[in-house]
Design a protein around this ligand. Structure first.
Ligand code: ADP
Length: 257
């Protein structure tokens, strides 16, 4: 499971890098292409016109490459119907062999039949990251508990200026009884390459945050030295919102008839 994890993390960061890079490159290449374009039409000096064509052609090739890089970054994510029960049985399977006997793992899934729009592989990756972090934080053993429920978004998210969806969220909590984190760690927690581990990548939590974000969700951490760590993921239940919309549309249709 570890090498699987590292591979997926690498892919994640590659997709993110490709996405960011192609965006910046496109902004750089577009004016270059335009400049080449107008130079190409320069009648007075055939040498300048030739240079203009060169600039234009290279710029065009660059833009094409950027375009395929963007499609790659986008293609890394595919929306599908995720069933909660399936998500956690897959996670359970991946975790087999990674949970030492000294760690008691509990799973409390409120509604395994709950289905929502998202990406199974990404979410599995995200949960795996969180669970392995928890296990690594408890070399002398402890408790790892994962629970899910439907919840409202806590008020402090609104106060933090986030722009959450309204409506119902799926909350997934990953709770460990490990040593917890102090402020010095918490401050940098989601930064790429921030790690306190000798062989850490520092990419795990950054990619978790990105995954939750790409689901339109938010993530928060509650941790203090000696008090363990709790991560809460809030993922909007789009399916529910869509149902409400359809119901509303049907009502309106009904009223119109
Ligand atoms: P990595 O696991 O490669 O270090 P992460 O981004 O997943 O990268 O984690 C960054 C750091 O956050 C870890 O090095 C560790 O110090 C801290 N951390 C993450 N999860 C926990 C946890 N459950 N308990 C204590 N510390 C944690």
């Amino acid at each position: 499971a570890e090498s699987e994890l590292i591979r997926a993390q690498r892919f994640e960061s590659l997709a993110m890098l490709a996405g960011g890079l192609s965006h910046d490159l496109r902004n750089l290449l577009q004016p270059l292409l335009l400049a080449g374009d107008s130079l190409q039409d320069y009648q007075d000096d055939p040498r300048l016109a030739r240079l203009g064509k060169l600039v234009r052609d290279c710029g065009k090739r660059g833009l094409d490459m950027v375009q395929s890089m963007l499609s790659f970054a986008r293609g890394a994510r595919r929306a599908e119907q995720v069933r909660l029960g399936e998500l956690f049985s897959a996670l359970d399977l991946l975790m087999q062999g990674s949970v030492p006997r000294s760690v008691a793992m509990e799973l409390a899934i409120e509604d395994p039949e709950l289905t929502f729009e998202g990406n199974h592989t990404e979410l599995q990756q995200c949960l795996l990251n969180l669970c392995l972090n928890a296990i690594q934080a408890m070399p002398d053993g402890g408790r790892l508990r994962i629970e899910t429920s439907q919840a409202e978004l806590p008020v402090d998210f609104f106060m933090a200026g986030e722009q959450p969806h309204s409506g119902c969220y799926l909350r997934i909590s990953v709770i460990d009884s490990g040593p917890g984190m102090d402020n010095a760690v918490l401050e940098h927690l989601f930064e790429p390459f921030f790690t306190t581990k000798e062989t850490g990548t520092g990419l795990g939590l950054m990619s978790c945050k990105r995954i939750v974000g790409s689901h339109g969700g938010v993530m928060r951490v509650d941790s203090a030295p000696g008090r363990g760590t709790r991560f809460d993921l809030y993922i909007p239940l789009e399916a529910l919102a869509a149902d409400t919309d359809t119901a509303l549309e049907e009502d309106l249709d009904g009223a119109a008839e």
